[in-house]
Design a protein around this ligand. Structure first.
Ligand SMILES: Cc1cc2nc3c(=O)[nH]c(=O)nc-3n(C[C@H](O)[C@H](O)[C@H](O)COP(=O)(O)O)c2cc1C
Length: 488
């Protein structure tokens, strides 16, 4: 299996959806919470103070601060504002209630797990931990851990984000690997922005030897390491690292469902993308447009408040209510800020924007030239039916004020690092998506990630030959309709 074969055979089309009608086996739904049983579990203190720097300023690069004076308070705040449960939904017909988290996830299935290694964090034992969002606690899988190396990281705190593909495949079948990669991109920015709001910098590494990292962390076989994120900064409360030997507790990973169904195409693409190298990519296309984006709108809503309130809109209010051009400018500025990662400088994603209702911008499709902050109109006229139709008929892409197609330069991405580059394009798309979610929320709007679209039809509609880029993610932003199912 090559990236090209995988991508091709997981494209949606009217025929593919008819062919592959997939009934959900609710009795076998994977547990969205992983536990490593039988290990010491450490409390993360309750009532973490909310990071107060305005969210939009964090998205534009401002570094915040934290009052946390010790490790438990610091880690608790970091995880509470990046990965914790933040609300619940109740199904009116059955009364069934399920958790929603700070980081979004396709189908709310949450394939991403957060592991972290600490060294010399004040008041917190050095070791390897797995975050337990169900109770906001840390499972201590190893105490010490001096010899555990995570791709050369030497900072006090380093995260390993892993994917459990079966959780996602249960619903989405072969296409699920794409969503796992998007989810990692969202989780990465969720963590990186929380760290920044607390006064830290992060650096993500996508090129590492997978099996070595999986072994170093003694991951359960169903968890695949996807991204390493190192965190540094003067606000991390520090002490001298422990000198003792590592004591492994490991723990027994809980079984997520009665039966795990193997998807050979997912195994195939994961293996194909397993090479651990990163090589510089050639620069992407450059261009310009006739519309210069104005100064971005501002917002004073605090980071902590915004990330805890972030939700996906069920649908958007159609009608006439519009957003302003400065609001659009703020959204695009936030979405295209630099990403600190070994693949971050390559910019594989180009944004195409379906403007439905933006004051001062004629309805149409626009291409964003991020380096110049300019929009180039490539189609004129009402795009609401097209945007919804291309997003697998989901009304929300037409009822929003604007929708996006993210076009990934897959050919360029794989030229240097090989198929590994397939992951990077989707990480970048998820990362941009997370920034879109937060920018929208900070401006009093709401967003929804859209992983379901008719791949080739989008390319055809936008007039992009596949060798110049392929659609990898859709997004919609606007005024949400109330979702009566959300509680808390
Ligand atoms: C990669 C990705 C793809 C998604 N695709 C869709 C989609 O096609 N349609 C939709 O209505 N929501 C979609 N969502 C939104 C999720 O359903 C939503 O994040 C999840 O239910 C959790 O809700 P929350 O975002 O409010 O926490 C997607 C989210 C992500 C991260």
């Amino acid at each position: 299996m090559t990236w090209r074969e995988y991508h091709q055979c997981t494209k949606h089309s009217v025929e593919s959806l008819r062919r592959a009608a997939h009934a959900l086996d609710w009795a076998n739904m994977p547990d969205p919470f992983r536990h490593y049983e039988g290990v010491p579990v450490l409390d993360l203190p309750a009532d973490s103070p909310a990071p107060e720097t305005p969210a939009l300023e964090v998205l534009q690069g401002r570094v915040g601060a934290t009052p946390a004076a010790d490790g438990p308070a610091f880690l608790s705040q970091l995880l509470f504002y990046s990965a914790a449960i933040s609300a619940s939904k109740r199904v009116p017909s059955t009364g069934y209630r399920y958790a929603l988290r700070v980081n979004p996830s396709s189908g709310n299935l949450h394939p991403t797990e957060f592991h972290f290694l600490t060294r010399g964090v004040k008041g917190w034992p050095d070791g390897l931990y797995h975050y337990r969002p169900s109770s906001h606690m840390a499972e201590q899988r190893a105490l010490g851990g001096r010899e555990i190396t995570l791709g050369g990281s030497s900072g006090a705190i380093a995260f390993v984000l892993t994917s459990i593909a079966w959780r996602e495949a249960w619903k989405y079948g072969d296409r699920a690997y794409r969503y796992c990669l998007h989810d990692i991109g969202h989780a990465w920015q969720s963590l990186a922005l929380a760290a920044q709001a607390m006064g830290c910098e992060t650096y993500a590494t996508g090129g590492f030897p997978d099996d070595q990292i999986a072994q170093a962390c003694r991951l359960n076989a169903d968890e695949w390491p996807m991204l390493l994120i190192e965190l540094r900064g003067s606000t991390v409360p520090l002490r001298v690292p422990d000198a003792g030997e590592t004591i492994w507790y490991g723990g027994d990973a809980n079984q997520l469902s009665t039966e795990t169904i193997v998807y050979p195409r997912i195994e195939g693409i994961h293996n194909a993308t397993k090479l651990g190298s990163i090589a510089p990519s050639a620069p992407g296309h450059t261009g310009c447009g006739a519309i210069q984006l104005p100064r971005p709108a501002s917002s004073t809503l605090a980071f902590g408040e915004v990330v805890r309130a972030r939700r996906s809109a069920l649908d958007f209010v159609g009608g006439t209510q519009s957003i302003s051009l400065p609001q659009l400018s703020a959204i695009l500025t936030a979405a295209t800020a630099p990403l600190a990662a070994d693949f971050g400088g390559a910019h594989f994603i180009q944004l195409y924007l379906y403007a439905h209702r933006v004051d001062g911008l004629e309805a149409g499709v626009y291409r964003l030239w991020r380096e110049r902050g300019e929009l180039e109109r490539i189609k004129s006229g009402d795009q609401r039916i097209a945007a919804a139709g291309l997003s697998l008929g989901q009304d929300l892409a037409g009822n929003a004020c604007l929708a996006f197609s993210m076009i990934g330069d897959l050919e360029r991405a794989v030229r240097a690092p090989g198929d590994r580059g397939y992951r990077y394009v989707h990480f970048e798309a998820g990362a941009i998506g997370q920034r879109l979610y937060l920018a929208a929320e900070a401006l009093g709007l709401r967003a929804t990630g859209i992983g379901a679209f008719y791949d080739d039809d989008v390319n055809r509609y936008l007039g992009i030959p596949p060798e110049r880029g392929q659609v990898v993610y859709h997004f919609a932003i606007g005024y949400p309709v109330p979702d009566p199912r959300v509680e808390g």
